[in-house]
Design a protein around this ligand. Structure first.
Ligand SMILES: *[C@@H]1O[C@H](CO)[C@@H](O)[C@H](O)[C@H]1NC(C)=O
Ligand SMILES: *[C@@H]1O[C@H](CO)[C@@H](O)[C@H](O)[C@H]1NC(C)=O
Ligand SMILES: [Zn+2]
Length: 547
């Protein structure tokens, strides 16, 4: 057992030929140097779909234009081609449109039209609204919109085929990249997380069946400061795994107040893969820096960090195996053909299911009642139990999402109520954004209240703060952000929307995994210095005294 664990471990951490010994069936997603071609994600597509795809000549003709189809000379390329056909069948006729919104009438019309047409609203903020839809639905949508919106839209990802981008977000097929010298792995585990070459684990997005054993391995490798935990069981019966990282004082004379804990979560929306990889990257960086970087050692002696990369394991698996762009969880609704509840609208605080209640097919369906979403309910119960029975005090909550590069603080449900600590939230939020911007190759993140980050705002009309908050594209009640802030009294609660700003959206290429991880790591280290009183607080106190 010991040997086997070590073998798996060294393969995961050090070796290039992962597929041989890693424990679960989904290792097929990993790059492999073995000559046997492992089945890939599309394996589960039904024969019927595949026959249909192979049987449609127009699609084949269309594919010829991609320049890749002609490369089908061996089994591997044929598999790749087949996969592309499958993606075309699913997304080939889709596009993403970005609308500029500047009046209340426009916002209402767009909200109503996307609801009527069951459109998938990808992201919306004060500047734009992105909507994914089938190309042949465009005329219907435009027909429902006011004249002013007829011209204020652009197609996103114009030079990018949505189906191709979906395909590219899966790990490279076997053999194509494993001989690339640049990707060879040097065993840097344990050295600074800032080393140029990351762990091979972070060179691709990883499926749940690789993430879960990887987390267990972290716990068994670093027994001094890592514990494997489970924060709930999903609707389909999967674990919701987590890692608790921190070093508890052994000195019994120390007063044992509640253990201050920072909670970092990802994957509550299934398709936001970068949030999953980033939580793992942060976990790995802190874990491997303990005892090597004094600042991290100090941080982990004072605080626990709990990392939960996949709050929505069923949805994440579904997004890997069936529908890359799936967002919600997978539980049934009262409409037989529309599964799934939006977990980030499922929490009980200011739950607002009325607006989308009639529409379980909506991508933001909040369920029939607060906490109808199984994973949200169980996770909240776990967190509450930690504070009530396990001597934990959550002092920070960072819920990672994508995309649009924003740091959002409470409340998300409404702009009418300002949270009691909004100045502190804003202060630290700006600090986090600055840490990201100053990070090597760090991007620019905006800091705003979640209510504003989630609605269109007109800056031209005088309203509150000189801005007029327009009608919402979608309700943002029932968020995890608000619940943790308000119900669990987590002082520093943020939702961070990671890269990018719309070039790839949810289909962010894997080359961004490590850079995004690094920039957010710098934000976490800043957060740590802030909590330890090394930055921010002092200046802030002085400032308050002066004013
Ligand atoms: C949307 O607004 C931005 C700036 O507000 C402008 O640069 C852009 O051209 C507008 N796009 C469309 C399609 O109207
Ligand atoms: C709450 O915490 C206690 C003590 O650790 C544990 O025994 C119990 O199973 C927990 N309950 C839930 C619902 O997590
Ligand atoms: Zn999200």
């Amino acid at each position: 057992m010991r040997q086997a664990t070590f073998a798996v471990l060294s393969l995961l951490l050090l070796g290039p030929s992962l597929a041989v010994a890693a424990p679960h069936e989904d290792t097929r997603y990993l790059r492999s140097t073995s000559h046997h071609h492992a089945p890939r994600p599309w394996r589960r597509l039904t024969d019927a779909i595949i026959r249909r795809i192979w049987g449609v000549p127009e699609i084949q003709k269309g594919l010829g234009g991609t320049g890749r189809a002609s490369a089908a000379t061996d089994g591997d390329s044929a598999g790749k081609l087949l996969a592309q056909y499958a993606q075309y069948a699913q997304y080939g006729e889709d596009m993403v449109m970005r609308f500029n919104i500047s009046t209340a009438e426009e916002a209402s019309a767009l909200a109503e039209a996307s609801s009527i047409l069951f459109l998938d609203v990808w992201e919306f903020n004060e500047d734009w609204v992105d909507i994914r839809l089938a190309k042949d639905v465009v005329p219907s949508l435009l027909g429902l919109l006011p004249a002013s919106l007829q011209k204020s839209h652009v197609p996103l990802m114009q030079n990018l085929d949505l189906a191709q981008a979906v395909f590219d977000s899966y790990p490279s097929p076997s053999g194509t990249k494993s001989h690339d010298e640049d990707r060879s792995f040097s065993p840097t585990l344990g050295s600074s997380p800032h080393t140029e070459r990351g762990n091979i684990f972070f060179q691709d997005y990883q499926p749940l069946s690789v993430i879960s054993p990887w987390m267990s391995l972290m716990a068994s490798m670093f027994t001094t400061h890592v514990r494997s935990i489970n924060v709930g069981i999903s609707y389909e019966g999967r674990d919701m795994p987590g890692l608790r990282v921190g070093v508890h004082p052994t000195n019994n004379e120390q007063p044992s107040g509640p253990r201050q804990t920072v909670l970092i979560t990802g994957g509550s929306h299934a398709r936001e893969w970068i949030s999953v990889s980033t939580v793992n990257y942060l976990a790995w960086s802190l874990i491997s820096s303990y005892g090597k970087m004094p600042s991290v050692t100090k941080l982990l002696e004072k605080y626990d960090f709990v990392f939960v990369p996949t709050l929505n394991p069923d949805g994440y698996v579904y997004s890997w195996e069936t529908d890359r762009l799936w967002r919600k969880n997978r539980q049934p609704t009262n409409l037989r053909f529309c599964n799934g509840i939006d977990l980030d609208r499922s929490y009980s605080f200011e739950w607002d299911g009325e607006s989308v209640r009639s529409n379980p097919c909506s991508e933001s369906y909040a369920g029939e009642a607060p906490f109808a979403g199984v994973e949200a309910q169980r996770f909240a119960e776990w967190a509450k139990n930690e504070t009530q029975n396990n001597n934990v005090e959550f002092v920070g909550f960072l819920d990672l999402h994508s995309y649009s590069q924003q740091i959002l603080y409470p409340y998300s449900y409404s702009c009418d109520n300002e949270p009691p600590t909004s100045e502190d939230l804003q202060e630290l939020g700006l600090g986090l954004a600055k840490a990201i911007r100053m990070s090597r190759k760090g991007h620019a993140y905006k800091v705003t209240s979640a209510c504003e980050g989630n609605v269109a705002i007109s800056k031209n009309i005088k309203g509150r703060n000189g801005r007029l908050v327009l009608p919402r594209i979608e309700s943002s009640g029932g968020s995890a952000l608000d619940w943790f802030y308000h119900e669990l009294k987590v002082k520093y609660a943020y939702q961070i929307k990671l890269r990018d700003t719309g070039s790839y959206g949810f289909l962010l290429p894997k080359e961004n995994i490590v850079p995004t991880g690094k920039e957010v790591l710098d934000a976490i280290l800043y957060f740590g210095r802030f909590m330890l009183g090394e930055v921010g607080v002092l200046q802030w106190v002085v400032l308050q005294q002066v004013c």
